[in-house]
Design a protein around this ligand. Sequence first.
Ligand code: UDP
Length: 316
Amino acid sequence: MSEITTKPASVVTGGAGFLGSHLSDRLLAEGHSVIAIDNLITGNVANIEHLAGNPDFKFIHHNVTDFIYLPGKVDYVWHFASPASPIDYLELPIPTLKVGSLGTHNALGLAKEKGAAFFLASTSECYGDPLVHPQTEDYWGNVNPIGPRGVYDEAKRFAEAITMAYHRFHKMNTHIIRIFNTYGPRMRLRDGRVVPAFIGQALTNQPITIFGDGSQTRSFCYVSDLIDGIYRLMMSDYHEPVNIGNPREMTIREFAEHIIRLTGTTAKMEFKPLPVDDPKVRQPNIDLAKRLLGWEPRVPFEDGIVRTIDYFRDRV
Ligand code: UDP
């Protein structure tokens, strides 16, 4: 006898990744059943091992660049699969392009077939090295299509274009978030992003590798705040891109100083060449998210970064 389930059914691509695993936790807490799909090239089953044995959670090892077949009902498709750190997409340029293009097409096709709502994890990289600061959603960006970061930026820009096409042409219920720098537990220690890089270096008293002179800025959002914005956006009736991020902006040098102070490390700063096309500034304008979703970040940088340092302490 088959069991009749009335729970909303969610599919999370990239479900074993940093954001996908936190999203899966949130969806289970909201009473969804969750199927996480991941090919584990940058995701890690350690991020979802606490969910093993949960009858509402299922993991499928699959590359969403290939056709996605799933039996049964699906109410929500959350497309999070992609390499997401500059080092990852430099090492995996073609898989990055494919998952952003073919993978998004497949995930949209799954949502269309099932009559499900669709959510695209897009990125502030759509703004490239921005000439408008802070970035508002109506800014079209300053992206170098043929530079090393272009594989990620252009794949995500294509993903936004195809998502809007499915919304307009197939009348699908779709949503697009532009994610700004996000940090927290379950980031990969060696993914090359500045948060795990500096924390890992500080905790092992290795030099803190500042790229360029450290005057470039970023604005860091704690993962639970981001996930809350994601959930609210999916449940909204808004279909165009929405920035979600924490507007507290700092230079990378200031960020390094915080990490040095909070870890008590003896490590010193070491200056390295700035990567090609590294954005000089980045800060979200979140007026739209505030107005539409009643959302704003709640976790202060000082709290979130201490929680993240504690997470990495056991893992360096
Ligand atoms: N960065 C750095 N040292 C590192 C890693 C990154 O100075 O070891 C800088 C990088 O050049 C960029 C910023 O920190 O200006 C954020 O880099 P990240 O890779 O986290 O992501 P991005 O915001 O560039 O996508």
